[in-house]
Write a protein that binds this ligand. Structure first.
Ligand code: F6P
Length: 357
């Protein structure tokens, strides 16, 4: 008999359910009997012993469902070793739950922060296998995370819809795309949606270059301009600040996000009618796209197979079109950002897209 614990942690995304289904079906279809305990709301369930013994039925009919049927929450890594207001030693509590249930392994689905905690649990002696989820695609050790392609679809749809209204009114539109500290989502949705200007954190922008690009477009007959702006986009001046100085500056920001700052500056510099649209959490919501259903199912079943073979301490990732197992200590704490010299950036520039640099 194998006893497995399963949890989803951090911001949700569209393909968590298909990934868990992939793990569970593979385990249930194995030769050995298996019990799967689902921890509710991420690491919180493991800390406070909130779980449910799951059955085969829990994993049927969920392939097409967004969100996570186990619930999720953010349990920041930076405070994981500090007791909370209730005085609970979180790491000790998680270990206690694991040993009390006599688990053979934990399957943890999450992004960057989640992987740091998963690696800590591994260092503490627990058997852990992880799966890479996030719409940001910023997890080191895998070319792609599940949730990313679904989010690209949503963000692209937002840009497509803005295109038609921008064209009717001859306006400049900014669509702000999620992605935290990296620009994968903006770059891909921006290219798919035909954005004229793409701003990502990895390539700091010069507002004058953006204004110039808009003016040139309008002078050559373009009635409208679409900017895909990453929520983490940063100007050249701000990129030159120290982390501390930039944080202070952000605290004083009068507008909700960088897009509004850019819109204000562009209105002033160019006199254009600039509007901002923020699709926000819709990018994480709704059904997983077909690509993600297949991708997450594949990663999930490979994770199930690792568990059946008793191979622990790995994230199941995707490299050069192959499913791979990556040691957790190699993944934890590393960010995968867009390389400004990557060929996709070069090609976008050849297409005439400006990065404001
Ligand atoms: O990591 C996924 C993500 O959606 C980021 O793109 C975004 O910056 C963040 O989570 C939003 O977090 P929350 O859901 O806690 O507001």
């Amino acid at each position: 008999m194998k006893r497995i614990g399963m949890l989803t942690s951090g911001g949700d995304c569209q393909a968590l359910n298909p990934a868990m289904r992939g793990v569970a079906k593979t385990l249930f279809n194995g030769k050995e009997p298996v019990e799967i305990y689902g921890f509710l709301d991420g690491y919180q369930g493991l800390i406070y012993g909130r779980f449910r013994l799951l059955t085969y039925g829990d994993f049927t009919g969920i392939l097409t469902k967004g969100g996570t049927f186990l619930g999720s929450s953010r349990t920041p890594f930076k405070t994981i070793q500090i007791p909370g207001p209730d005085g609970v030693d979180k790491v000790a509590a998680m270990k206690q739950t694991y040993y009390k249930l006599q688990l053979d392994c934990l399957v943890i689905l999450g992004g960057n922060g989640t992987h740091k905690t998963a690696n800590l649990l591994r260092q503490e002696g627990l058997n852990v296998v992880t799966l890479p989820k996030t719409i940001d695609n910023d997890l080191w050790g895998t070319d792609m995370t599940f949730g990313f392609q679904s989010a690209v679809d949503v963000a692209t749809d937002a840009i497509d819809r803005i295109h038609t209204t921008a064209a009717s009114h001859g306006r400049v539109f900014i669509v702000e795309v999620m992605g935290h500290k990296v620009g994968w989502l903006t770059l891909n949705a921006g290219m798919a949606g035909g954005a004229d200007i793409i701003l990502i954190p990895e390539i700091p922008y010069d507002i004058n270059k953006i204004a110039k690009k808009i003016r040139e477009r309008h002078d050559s007959g373009g009635r409208f301009t679409i900017l895909a702006v990453a929520e983490g986009a940063i100007s050249k001046e701000d990129a030159a600040l120290s982390k501390k100085e930039y944080k202070k500056k952000l605290e004083k920001r009068r507008v909700p996000s960088v897009s509004y700052e850019i819109a204000e500056a562009l209105r002033e510099k160019s006199g254009f009618d600039v509007r901002v649209t923020v699709p926000g959490h819709t990018q994480r919501g709704g059904a997983p796209c077909p690509y993600d259903r297949v991708f997450a199912s594949r990663l999930g079943s490979e994770a199930g197979e690792l568990i059946l073979k008793g191979e622990y301490g790995f994230m199941v990732g995707y490299k050069n079109r192959e499913i791979v197992k990556v040691p957790l200590e190699d993944v934890a704490g590393k960010l995968k950002a867009v390389d400004p010299d990557a060929s996709i950036v070069k090609e976008a520039k050849l297409l005439g897209i400006s990065f404001g640099d």
